[in-house]
Design a protein around this ligand. Structure first.
Ligand SMILES: Cc1ncc(COP(=O)(O)O)c(C=O)c1O
Length: 416
């Protein structure tokens, strides 16, 4: 028999094995200073394209004021305990009413973190007789929620309606045999490549097959649809989404999330979602802060307009400069390049140190070997200068990548 930690110390996992080379720089970097379009990294100012503060609310003076007032009035602890027992307040309720109204649903329920909330909601919504059908490229919180499911699940090819339909046919057979139902899960916006989920087509399938639809709209909330009401509104199918999910961690620049749907279903979640039943409720500064942010979303359409002005300038500029942005149809801006991991690291180092541009880098095993994605997240607080400098920097690093400069740097480093 082995000591449990023997394996853990030897095998640090697919990302952990890079810790020594990457930590503090490529992973766990420290971005410092107020959240904005330009922050400090490694002692230098960089244009920051890696933060999901889509509407630029994180450091808005009105937001800071409400956050500060709520913290000084209530502290960070109130209310204590789980919602069901002692952690419930009229403000939590008010936020739920306002979120539900905003996304056109009867009711909503708050969760403390989107991730745990999603895992727990999937767990609560299905029994072992039910069947889950979900998109292959969904976020880890959906994958982990599905893992808890004791019944059958089918995964369909990413955003492929034909594959979804094939799997729905299998699911119908299975659910009929077990006397269960079907839950289809998609994202509103896929966070890596920036595609919208094919919600319209999925909704169309509801006419043929009996299923309920859960949509994770983490990236669509605040950025898409009328007034930022999300991807369901963008595609005109909000009514067909049976359980709508959005997090406060992106456009709302906070912490927390909510599920919205029919009253009965939300009440069921209130009484059956283990992540909320057995965990402390969301602290008051987050709740009052979210009320303020939601108010700003509703009353300041110019924030979303500015976000899209910046997104269009960045994406059009990059495309005109010959960059491949894949299939994005949202603010998420992936730039696809070819190269291996050491080359990618040398390139990102150059981009950050010499060009003052900070964006996320995605490589194998998250995407296929040989591919590099530099992922940019435009926000309402970026400027046209940020866009111009970034496109120039990207053109410069692409030339060096193509002429093998980063390959030589990487092999020189390995030889040392
Ligand atoms: C698609 C998606 N769902 C859920 C989450 C989790 O949300 P939270 O940060 O509130 O836990 C994220 C955040 O990264 C996300 O991108």
């Amino acid at each position: 028999m082995k000591d449990l930690f023997e394996r853990i110390i030897k095998d640090k996992g697919p990302l952990g094995k890079w810790a020594e080379q990457a930590e503090g720089y490529y992973v766990f970097p420290k971005l410092e200073g107020p959240i904005s379009n330009r922050m400090s990294f490694n002692g230098k100012k960089v244009i920051t394209w890696s933060i999901n503060d889509y509407l630029g609310l994180a450091n808005h003076p009105e937001v800071l004021e409400v956050d500060g007032e709520a913290a000084s009035e209530h502290g960070m602890a109130y209310p204590m305990g789980a919602r069901m027992m002692s952690g419930h307040t009229k403000y939590h309720e008010q936020l739920e009413h306002e979120c539900a109204e905003f996304v056109g649903k009867e009711a909503a329920y708050l969760v403390n973190f989107g991730y745990q909330g999603m895992v727990s909601a999937i767990d609560a919504l299905v029994s072992k007789n039910d069947v889950i059908v979900y998109d292959m490229d969904t976020h880890a919180c959906i994958i982990d929620g599905v893992r808890l499911h004791a019944g059958k699940r089918f995964v369909y090819k990413h955003n492929d309606v034909e594959s979804l339909e094939k799997n729905l046919q299998r699911a119908v057979k299975m659910a009929t045999e077990n006397n269960g139902g079907i839950l289809v899960i998609s994202e509103g916006v896929f966070g890596m490549r920036g595609e919208q989920g094919k919600l319209k087509e999925i909704a169309e399938l509801k006419k043929k097959y009996n299923f309920r639809l859960l949509v994770d709209d983490a990236h669509g909330f605040g950025t898409l649809g009328e007034g930022g009401r999300g991807t369901g509104y963008e595609q005109g199918v909000q009514e067909d989404i049976d359980v709508y999910f959005a997090t406060f961690a992106k456009s709302m620049a906070g912490i927390g999330a909510f599920f919205a749907g029919d009253k009965d279903i939300i009440q069921y979640l209130q009484y059956n979602m283990r992540s909320q039943m057995f965990a402390k409720s969301l602290p008051m500064p987050m709740v009052k802060g979210a009320l303020k942010r939601l108010d700003m979303l509703r009353s300041m359409p110019e924030l979303k307009e500015k976000l899209w002005e910046n997104t269009n300038a960045l994406q059009n500029g990059l495309r005109e400069a010959g960059f491949d942005l894949g299939t994005t149809e949202t603010c998420i801006t992936p730039v696809y390049l070819k190269g291996d991991i050491p080359e990618a690291m040398a390139m990102v180092h150059d981009l950050r140190e010499n060009h003052g541009v900070f964006c996320s880098i995605v490589v194998y095993p998250v995407i296929p070997k040989g591919l590099i994605i530099l992922r940019l997240i435009p926000t309402a607080s970026h400027t046209m200068d940020d866009v111009k400098e970034t496109i120039e920097a990207f053109s410069a690093i692409r030339s060096k990548l193509e002429s093998g400069v980063y390959k030589r740097i990487a092999s020189a480093l390995t030889a040392e």
